[in-house]
Design a protein around this ligand. Structure first.
Ligand SMILES: [Zn+2]
Length: 355
């Protein structure tokens, strides 16, 4: 038992001191030679109180052991964030907090390195980091370093409690409604939004992005204000709300964009919306209904980041209702959105930095 604790303690020590070593190494092949630590070697590491300890690290070994199992310790999360940043997985702020962006980056790191994708700072992850054989994020991926927010509109059950439509406003709106539904298929809107959102997340992550999705299950209770704040908290570079529309007039069909009237990145929103809608309509064949500007959306008004909303089709139109529930069409929807986001960063943001 004592020996086990000593081994765990040694691993923690290596972990705490290991990040600074790894951070100076860019070439993955040299990581393995400089940082590989076998269990036998780790047992001979000098005990607490010796010179291997960073002066700033806590000296109570028992707290380090427990916090390495349960990821609550700030210094460890700080080290993890630094490591993920060095390896190209994390582009957020180093906060020492296990926030959504860090979990997402960790999942991406776990996936690329062939261990179970848990999003947790678990034993496999610690063992992998101790092994020193770490595969960095492929830097040539087109969306590497970008944080993209996705909010699939609505949830299974709406919440009719009220919240201010904008910071400081007396006008109140429902926290989140349950959305529309297919007039023929009876498919609820949240289902289409969520399916397309999850597929889009996958496409974006494969292209190197860190994705913040507001929920991955319909059984949540997250208000529109809270969704906007998630994007603020994670400093998203691009945020997209996904919705479908409904109208008493069954002939109405096609896709259109909502853009916030008041947003610090207004010009970016307009350009992103134009590009996204063009690609979406090309991919799906949907009719392009253009852009509309809104000041009545809580999900916009509370968001400090660039944000846009696509209305992907009319569930009150017979043909479009059937399309929106069709897996093949949903793939075209996700692909179109993906291309739109990719083109925005490849063309527009690139042009901006070149000017
Ligand atoms: Zn909606």
């Amino acid at each position: 038992m004592k020996k086990t604790i000593a081994v765990i303690a040694s691993i923690v020590l290596i972990l705490l001191s290991g990040c600074s070593r790894i951070s100076t190494v860019k070439d993955p092949s040299s990581l393995s030679s400089s940082s590989v630590v076998s269990p036998e070697v780790s047992e001979s590491i000098t005990p607490p109180g010796s010179s291997t300890f960073e002066p700033s690290e806590p000296s109570d070994i028992s707290s380090q052991i427990s916090s390495s199992v349960l990821p609550v310790s700030d210094p460890e999360i700080t080290s993890l964030q630094n490591l993920l940043k060095e390896l190209g997985y994390f582009s957020g702020e180093i906060t020492g907090l296990m926030d959504d962006a860090t979990v997402s980056a960790l999942e991406h790191f776990q996936k690329n390195n062939g261990i179970d994708v848990t999003g947790r700072y678990d034993k496999d992850t610690i063992d992998l980091i101790n092994s020193g054989k770490l595969i960095p994020n492929e830097e040539k991926l087109p969306l590497s370093g970008l944080i993209i927010g996705i909010d699939p509109g609505h949830q299974r059950h709406g919440n009719s409690d009220l919240e201010p439509v904008a910071p400081g406003s007396d006008v109140m709106k429902k926290k989140v409604s349950s959305g529309t539904q297919g007039k023929w298929t009876r498919t609820p809107e949240w289902e289409v939004n969520l399916k397309v959102g999850l597929r889009l997340k996958e496409l974006l992550e494969n292209a190197g992005a860190t994705v913040i999705i507001t929920h991955d299950s319909p059984d949540v209770d997250i208000s529109n204000v809270e969704r906007a704040q998630m994007f603020n908290d994670n400093n998203t570079d691009y945020a997209l709300r996904l919705h479908c529309n409904g109208n008493a007039d069954e002939t109405q069909h096609g896709a259109f964009m909502l853009i916030p009237k008041n947003n610090p990145f207004y010009e970016d929103c307009v350009r992103a919306a134009e590009i996204l809608l063009e690609e979406y309509c090309t991919s799906t064949g949907a009719y392009n209904r253009g852009l509309t500007y809104r000041s009545d959306q809580s999900g916009f008004n509370w968001c400090d980041r660039m944000i846009i909303n696509i209305e992907m089709g009319y569930m009150s139109n017979e043909e479009e209702d059937h399309n929106l529930s069709d897996p093949d069409y949903q793939e075209k929807m996700a692909q179109g959105l993906f291309k739109g986001i990719l083109r925005y960063f490849n063309e527009y943001r690139k042009d901006q930095t070149e000017e």
